[in-house]
Design a protein around this ligand. Structure first.
Ligand code: WT7
Length: 657
């Protein structure tokens, strides 16, 4: 990295440095004062009703804004609308048919530009094709595809006819797919022959066939051709997309849906045991995703080119690649493949090529880019960018500052957005024209959201203070339950603290009331009677100049109850050594206290992560305790954990140092 850039980053990392919105950004921003926050606080239901009316087109009005029978909420009761109508038809009717909905780029370099009119046309044909396959209102349709335009089309076609989609990420195993199809009792599967990833074919159809051997409810399989590598088709069950869909009529009237009709199921990623089918419904969900997409990203639909580089197989993709952006008539970029194909500058070449103005990434991606070095972004002109977002886990200040400086050129606000599959939409985030940023903090609850920090007894801890993050009132895009298991819904989210939704996350508020997320509370270690969060130790480790990424777990220890075990990825060019182990232990000791010093540090090339980028600490825990590995089927790369395991066991003295 150029020396002056290094110096800039070092100087930005000064503890306590804050980032108020620039005058230039404020001049064009949507929210620049507290009026909306105050109005929403005074009357949350009135606020959401106003947003629902302003942002969406309703076929019939609702009679009640919110009915709250804890823990079951309904929103916009009696209202009727159609999600695909809101995403497509109304824009075409308003004359925006020629506007680009997606600039799509395939990994091999092929591209497609899809306008709103074309998208409506394709979605209508696909919706008619689903009907021809026997899909009716309320039926579940599973979707198992790569990041191709047909993936958003599949979601919208289901929404058009009132079918419920359940997307399974294209990197999941046959077992994961089978379990999710069976739990949802899906009738039809939409998949493809394959997907492109890092220059090779992900064999979707072969994996789907393996799953389907044990999926009695599936009647038909619609197969998109993408990789054309030749896949077996089962007579009577499997139908090629290109044989069925183009032959359909492009006229498919959108089904009027009740505001509370089920829109989709999405199974939460596998950091826990049995996946939960999270239920999202129609009117409230679309209201809040449209609202947050417009205000958190400070959207200017006429000028912005927006890119959320998540996968549609994850809730981020549902809400912020498909439903939010299309409802707001946005022009989006969608990319099929991996960020290092053909080279490590692929993302930045896409930013430059399409003139991306808003970029939304996960911290794990940002840290990977950091590890690769600044030469890759420096190859491209990224001056089109004006706003950056982060989602998925706490962003460590080093990554934040790197994102700010190297990607954002020191001029783009960063919105660190906290939310969950269960919340459906962003809950805590800066409003970029109003909020003074602090690197690593998701700042404050958005308008209309009630959030608090409580202690183990559920009492509010006040400011400053630390404890459990809870949500104190229902919100429009909240999950309506867990598919087929209302008791588990109550027990998981509403039983811990009376009358409050417990998000599972630990949080601290500083003197100014800023929220600092600390990770899942089940990621807390008890070392010699002290609670130490894995996230805190990880933050300390990545604060050292040699460290690119770190994962920490508590391992059973005869003397201290639990001991801190760290797994560390070093930055490019840094050599692992015993001296460095000592230095890192001292570094953590200085940052947090001697009690938090890792007992063992293993240098590794990679960490076990879910496809959505979350480190699977329970697997590292299995490694550190030399236990048989638990379920690894949701790992992005199952080989990683085996290789860490063999190296961990070979490590000298680790155990009884
Ligand atoms: C969990 C939810 C939200 C879509 C992607 C993940 C963590 C998410 C942040 C953030 C700190 C975050 C939390 C949360 N998380 N965003 N900005 N700062 N932590 O969805 O798989 O349902 O995971 O991700 O721990 O509970 P998910």
């Amino acid at each position: 990295m150029a020396d002056d850039r290094h110096d800039t980053i070092e100087s930005l990392l000064v503890e306590g440095r804050t980032y108020p919105p620039s005058a230039e950004f404020v001049a064009g921003a949507r929210v620049t004062d507290r009026a909306m926050l105050e109005a929403a606080d005074a009357d949350p239901e009135g606020f959401w009703a106003g947003q629902a009316a302003e942002l969406l087109t309703w076929f019939e009005p609702w009679h009640t804004v919110c009915e709250w029978d804890l823990p079951f909420a309904t929103w916009f009761v009696g209202g009727k609308l159609n999600v695909s109508y809101n995403c497509l038809d109304r824009h075409v009717e308003a004359g925006a048919g020629d506007k680009v909905a997606y600039h799509w780029e395939g990994e091999p370099g092929d591209t497609r530009t899809i306008t709103y009119a074309q998208l409506l046309d394709e979605v209508s044909r696909l919706a008619n094709a689903l009907k021809a396959l026997g899909v009716e209102k309320g039926d579940r349709v599973n979707v198992y595809l790569g990041m191709v335009p047909e993936l958003p089309m599949a979601l919208l076609a289901c929404a058009r006819i009132g079918a419920v989609h359940s997307v399974v990420f294209g990197g999941f195993s046959a077992d994961s797919l089978r379990d999710r199809i069976n739990d949802a009792e899906a009738k039809v599967l939409i998949t493809g022959d394959g997907a492109w990833r890092r220059g090779s074919v992900v064999p979707l159809k072969e994996t789907a066939d393996e799953a389907l051997a044990e999926c009695p409810t599936i009647e038909k399989v619609l197969v998109l051709q993408r990789t054309a590598h030749g896949v077996p088709m089962t007579e009577g069950r499997d139908v090629w997309w290109h044989d069925l869909v183009p032959a359909q009529s492009d006229d498919c009237p959108p089904e009027p849906m009740d505001a509370e009709d089920l829109l989709y199921l999405l199974y939460t990623s596998g950091t826990t045991a049995k996946p939960k089918g999270i239920m999202h419904t129609t009117g409230g969900y679309l209201t809040q995703v449209a609202f947050t997409h417009k205000y958190v990203f400070d959207l200017r639909p006429d000028d912005d080119v927006y890119w959320c580089a998540a996968d549609v197989g994850w809730v981020t993709g549902h809400s912020y690649i498909v439903y939010g952006p299309l409802t707001n008539q946005t022009t989006s970029v969608m990319y099929e493949g991996s960020p290092d194909h053909p080279d490590k500058d692929r993302f930045w070449s896409i930013v430059a090529k399409y003139g991306v103005t808003i970029l939304y990434l996960a911290p794990t991606a940002i840290r990977t880019f950091m590890k690769w070095g600044t030469e890759f972004p420096e190859r491209h002109d990224m001056s089109s960018l004006r706003l950056l977002g982060s989602v998925g886990e706490p962003i460590n200040p080093e990554a934040w500052v790197w994102y700010w400086e190297v990607i954002g050129g020191g001029r783009c606000p960063i919105v660190d957005t906290w939310w969950q599959t269960e919340t459906g939409a962003i809950m805590l985030s800066p409003l970029p024209g109003l909020t003074t940023l602090k690197p690593g903090s998701a700042t404050f609850p958005l308008p209309g959201i009630g959030a608090d920090v409580v202690d183990t007894d559920g009492a509010s801890v006040g400011v400053p203070g630390g404890g459990y993050l809870v949500l104190t009132r229902p919100w429009p895009s909240m999950l309506r339950g867990i598919w087929g298991d209302p008791e588990r819904y109550r027990d998981t989210y509403w039983a811990r603290f009376d009358g409050k939704y417990f998000a599972g996350d630990g949080v601290k508020r500083d003197d100014d009331g800023y929220f600092w997320l600390l990770g899942r509370v089940d990621d807390v270690m008890l070392v010699s009677g002290h609670n130490i969060s894995t996230a805190e130790v990880e933050h300390a480790l990545v604060g050292h100049h040699a460290v690119a990424e770190a994962a920490v777990v508590g391992k059973t220890d005869a003397t201290s109850g639990q001991a801190v075990a760290a797994f560390v990825i070093l930055k490019a060019g840094v050599e692992p050594s015993e001296a460095l182990v000592g230095e890192l232990r001292d570094h953590v000791g200085n940052a947090i206290g001697p009690i938090a010093k890792p007992k063992t540090i293993l240098f590794t090339e990679d960490l076990p992560k879910t496809r959505s980028g979350k480190i699977m600490r329970r697997l590292l825990k299995d490694v550190s305790e030399d236990k048989a590995l638990g379920d690894t089927t949701t790992l992005a790369d199952p080989g990683v954990v085996e290789s860490i395991k063999s190296r961990y066991l070979a490590q000298p003295g680790g155990d009884d140092e």
